[in-house]
Write a protein that binds this ligand. Structure first.
Ligand SMILES: Cc1cc2nc3c(=O)[nH]c(=O)nc-3n(C[C@H](O)[C@H](O)[C@H](O)COP(=O)(O)OP(=O)(O)OC[C@H]3O[C@@H](n4cnc5c(N)ncnc54)[C@H](O)[C@@H]3O)c2cc1C
Length: 374
């Protein structure tokens, strides 16, 4: 069986960034990704600017693809009352169709191998891993990174704590044509049962992505009925859906989204991105965290590969500490914000308070984001 340095399970943002970083240093890296590139993904497609300097250090220059420059947030409650604020760092509007593909091509250019296939088993025996897919592909690796996103059959196999806990969330996304939607604004509109984010991507289309509770969704038969019966209860969304043209034949959706705490290392697999913990999407920081977590893991792994006493245990410990330092606070703030937003009277009191003290909102946003990653 072929033995390599690093196998990465999942070629989304976290997995591909780690592949670029590690393959760029000459290590032998193989990424397993179940989908072909490029493909659409359920995501708000707002990327916080904090990871731009790090991506540039990996020779990924996203500005050359003309993303939207987003510097303003509008939030509205279910009755349509809104507040507007300047985003402390701001972000870019870029589709996952393009972003993941840019990273995929860069990973190949840096020397990573990308295999199309679904990993269904990872075993750790005698201080190395065996990674396999159902078609019989097997690879032996010194290190395995779990970058397979929010939920996978691997989580079940690894018997991870969060996997059997009930989740109450699903998400839906579509692209819409609406010329007059402003390029520099991301809006977050609350409705009874969830919230919906709108922002433009590099193609000029508006990405519409919402998170909803099963409880509110199950009374309506499908996303179409839910959109007209529930989302459109918010006057801003109603106005948008009345005038915008849907560009997907069918919206994309994902279910069983868990915001539970997750292990950062499981059976010696180093978990990255959503596989290590998912921040509530209203924070608009999950993509940046996935990319940043790849950097933290890559740095500890590179130390491990240098001749020193930095063994597997030290590498794992360092990664957990760095991950907790960087992200635990943001996840907690995200959980709190989500609770407030989903409680109609608390959400209204907060909106009212923020109208009186507008400087508070950028301060709260900062707590869900990090400093520029260099
Ligand atoms: C509704 C919603 C809106 C969001 N909006 C935003 C936003 O606007 N801004 C933001 O920053 N974040 C947002 N996020 C969060 C963001 O999408 C994620 O945090 C980010 O995609 C995580 O990247 P990742 O690499 O960990 O996972 P992913 O990007 O999901 O990549 C995981 C990859 O692993 C592959 N895979 C899975 N299982 C296997 C397997 N067994 N074998 C091989 N491959 C496998 C998948 O096909 C996938 O390509 C949102 C999330 C949700 C749910």
């Amino acid at each position: 069986m072929k033995e390599i340095d690093i196998a990465i399970v999942g070629g989304g943002l976290a997995g591909l960034t780690a592949a670029i970083h590690l393959a760029g240093t000459g290590l032998e890296v193989c990424v397993f990704e179940k989908e072909n590139y490029p493909h659409h993904k359920v995501c708000g497609e707002y990327l916080s600017r904090e990871v731009i300097p790090y991506l540039e250090s990996l020779e990924v220059n996203l500005y050359s693809y003309n993303p939207m420059n987003i510097g303003t947030l509008i939030y509205s409650n279910p009755s349509g009352k809104s507040i507007k604020t300047t985003l402390p760092q701001g972000g870019i509007g870029i589709s996952r169709f393009l972003l993941d593909d840019i990273l995929y091509r860069k990973a190949i250019q840096k020397g990573a191998q990308v295999i199309t296939g679904t990993v269904n088993n990872i075993e750790f025996i005698d201080n190395k891993f065996q990674v396999s897919t159902p078609d019989g592909t097997k690879i032996s690796a010194k290190i395995v990174l779990g970058a397979y996103g929010k939920r996978s059959l691997i989580d079940k196999k690894l018997d991870r704590d969060f996997i059997d806990k009930k989740t109450s969330w699903l998400a839906v996304k579509g692209h819409y044509k609406m010329e007059k939607y402003p390029e520099n604004i991301v809006s977050l509109h609350n409705f009874n049962g969830g919230y919906c984010g709108l922002s433009k991507t590099e193609t000029g289309v508006v990405n519409v992505c919402y998170l909803a509770t099963y409880k509110s969704f199950k009374k309506h038969k499908d996303p179409k009925a839910y959109k007209s019966n529930v989302l459109s209860g918010n006057p801003h969304l109603n106005e948008f859906f009345k005038t915008a043209t849907p560009l997907f034949e069918k919206d994309l959706s994902i279910a069983q989204i868990s915001f539970e705490k997750k292990s950062r290392i499981q059976d010696h697999i180093i978990m990255l991105g959503d596989a290590a913990g998912l921040i509530h999407p209203l924070c608009g920081n999950g993509m940046a965290m996935a990319i940043h977590s790849a950097k933290l893991a890559a740095e500890s792994i590179l130390k491990h590969f240098k001749p020193s006493n930095f063994n597997r245990e030290a590498m794992e410990k360092e990664y957990i500490n760095k991950w907790d330092d960087a992200f635990s606070g943001r996840l907690e703030t995200g959980r709190l914000l989500q609770k407030v937003l989903m409680h109609s009277s608390l959400a209204e009191i907060s909106r009212h308070t923020l109208n009186i003290f507008p400087d508070l909102l950028p301060h709260i946003i900062k707590k869900t984001h990090g400093n520029p990653v260099l």
